[in-house]
Ligand binder design. Structure first.
Ligand code: ZN
Length: 66
């Protein structure tokens, strides 16, 4: 399962970005064009659930900064 609305960068955390919000990660200096679409395929169940929660959060509130 991939979601074409999102992409993931190389950060260890907060690596899911919404394409409409952000196309470049200034933390790890990765450009969306060099990355595949966000994919949930290779994640274990806990990570998958956490990522879905995070997606819902950024869907509702935009990019989240901690
Ligand atoms: Zn990053």
């Amino acid at each position: 399962m991939t979601d074409p609305k999102y992409w993931d960068c190389d950060c260890k955390e907060e690596y899911i970005h919404k394409k409409s919000d952000k196309l470049y990660c200034s933390i790890c200096c990765v450009d969306e064009h060099n990355q595949p679409d966000f994919t949930l395929v290779n994640l274990d169940k806990l990570t998958y659930a956490a990522n879905l929660d995070y997606l819902k959060t950024i869907e509702n509130h935009g990019e989240v900064t901690l």
